[in-house]
Design a protein around this ligand. Structure first.
Ligand code: CS2
Length: 493
């Protein structure tokens, strides 16, 4: 079968949407680091909508870890399919906004040269939580992180996202070129401020004046990003090939819903993202808070409990009435009271989330969401738990989410089989869980000792610890299905 490429665009079936602009006329304005599935279903689509009228905002993508996206997209002239799925069917659209993908490991110098070019006015990021090389509990740069140690020793040939950004900014400063804005699109709390703290600290460790320059002169607009994007399977590839009449090595499968809230802080210019449906606001933090706690907090809870209960996907998990009730009540009774969102109908937001989780056409695996829990838990569940503790309010469902993570991260499932735990702390957590499956107290104590997850405060809150041990005991002795049933029908708190 022929491969998707510029030459194929005119031969696509009529129901497949394709770029409405001349790709040859597009020039780059954005470098995006972390060119994974999420970026391609989200920011790349918004930009694609704008290029007809704003052709100087094309995207150059970079991957820091693996060359697999480049390998897939190079033979396709950077084109790929976004397939939007729901119960009504699948709609395919070809996206042309990514002009090129650079493998940072193979072409680091060229990537830095491009990032330092005056035409690049935004460097955006989806490098996932762990790409920030930070301590998730405190949000500070982890100066002992292997990549940071490497980049401080080799500042002109950096490997990490903070290292690349600072080197490119230093080159621009030396050449008298205005800095680009650094736009984090990751699910981190206050992602703009967090990126700024991490990147300026790295710069200061290189050189105090460079640190001041980054802290004072570089804009780090915060964003809230939202679209559910399950990993692509071979079945999806075959489906898309049939629909578009040619082969796409890496189509992206996603849901109809998409949301992007952006702090309007781009001194060096930006495309009119609002024309493509983004919301430009002065303060993005309340939106981030809402999304991280409501959507991602529920997602993580469903993924650990669902996986343990033997459910493969999120939609299968919420098809179980007890799991759905658990999440509904967790949002309503334990999360929503911690949010300050005047003018937003949180009940409607919750109902829309439950609807999205139920989308039967999306095969979003619980195992996929379960990845990197040590990096995700602080902003998804633990911040909410802290607020509930402070308010003296019940939090049993949130704590069950944490207990399920511990149960999962210990690496053995309910049938005694090994779990493929993907997490920067996987080895340490496996060690902590070993032999502790009959002793919830010992297991909770061991995990609560992970200061980069729980901080110094939570392990000392006796009521939290106690409830965690009880729930972990139930998970270990009765299993996830029975535990969820007990919590859903049990007394509050
Ligand atoms: C998910 C997110 O994998 C995960 O951890 O919770 O990727 C989620 O699908 C997105 O944040 C939705 O916007």
């Amino acid at each position: 079968m022929t491969r998707l490429s510029n030459d194929r665009l005119n031969a696509l079936p009529a129901d497949v949407q394709k770029p409405d602009y001349d790709r040859a006329a597009i020039t780059p304005g954005i470098v995006h680091i972390g060119i994974g599935a999420f970026h391609r279903a989200h920011q790349a689509v918004y930009v694609d909508d704008l290029l007809k009228d704003h052709p100087d905002w094309g995207i150059i993508g970079a991957s820091l870890r693996r060359p697999d996206t480049k390998d897939a997209l190079d033979p396709q002239d950077g084109l790929f399919t976004v397939a939007v799925r729901d119960a009504a069917g699948t709609r395919c659209r070809i996206i042309g906004s990514i002009l090129e993908v650079i493998d940072a490991n193979a072409e680091r110098e060229r990537l830095l040269t491009i990032m330092a070019h005056p035409k690049i006015r935004i460097v955006s990021l989806t490098v996932t939580e762990k790409g920030y090389c930070h301590d998730p509990a405190s949000g500070e740069l982890d100066t002992k992180h292997a990549d940071i140690v490497h980049d401080l020793a080799n500042p002109t040939a950096p490997k990490s996202a903070p290292g690349l950004i600072v080197e490119a900014l230093a080159r621009r400063q030396a050449a008298g070129i205005a800095p680009f804005a650094v736009m984090s699109c990751d699910n981190l709390p206050a992602n703009g401020a967090t990126a700024k703290r991490i990147v300026s600290r790295f710069a200061a460790l290189r050189d105090a004046a460079l640190g001041r320059f980054v802290a004072e002169e570089v804009a780090f607009p915060g964003t809230m990003v939202d679209r559910i994007v399950p990993a692509t399977t071979d079945e999806d590839r075959a489906f898309v090939a049939e629909a578009i009449g040619c082969e796409d090595a890496w189509p992206i499968m996603t849901e109809p819903f998409t949301q992007w809230v952006i702090e309007d802080n781009f001194p060096n210019g930006r495309p009119p993202f609002e024309d493509a449906g983004a919301q430009l606001v002065d303060d993005v933090e309340p939106f981030e808070h809402m999304k991280l706690r409501m959507l991602n907090g529920s997602h993580s809870t469903l993924s650990y409990l669902g996986y343990l209960a033997g459910f493969e996907t999120v939609s299968e998990t919420v098809a179980n009435p007890d799991f759905k009730t658990l999440i509904h009540d967790m949002m309503t009774r334990e999360i929503m009271p911690t949010l300050d969102m005047p003018g937003t109908d949180l009940n409607a937001y919750r109902d829309a989330l439950l609807e999205r989780f139920s989308n039967p056409a999306l095969k979003h695996r619980t195992w996929q969401i379960a990845m990197d829990g040590s990096q995700k838990l602080p902003q998804r569940l633990l911040g909410t738990i802290r607020d509930r503790i402070e308010a003296g309010e019940p939090r049993v469902r949130l704590t069950l989410g944490v207990a399920a993570w511990i149960r999962y991260a210990s690496g053995i499932d309910e049938n005694g089989a090994e779990i493929d735990v993907r997490d920067p702390l996987a080895d340490r957590m496996h060690f902590l869980g070993q032999g502790a499956h009959t002793n919830p107290d010992a297991m909770a104590t061991a995990f609560l000792g992970l200061a980069e997850v729980f901080g110094e405060d939570l392990p000392n809150v006796a009521s939290f610890r106690q409830q965690l041990v009880t729930l972990l005991g139930q998970l270990l002795h009765q299993g996830a299905l029975a535990t969820v049933e007990t919590v859903v029908n049990g007394p509050e708190g």
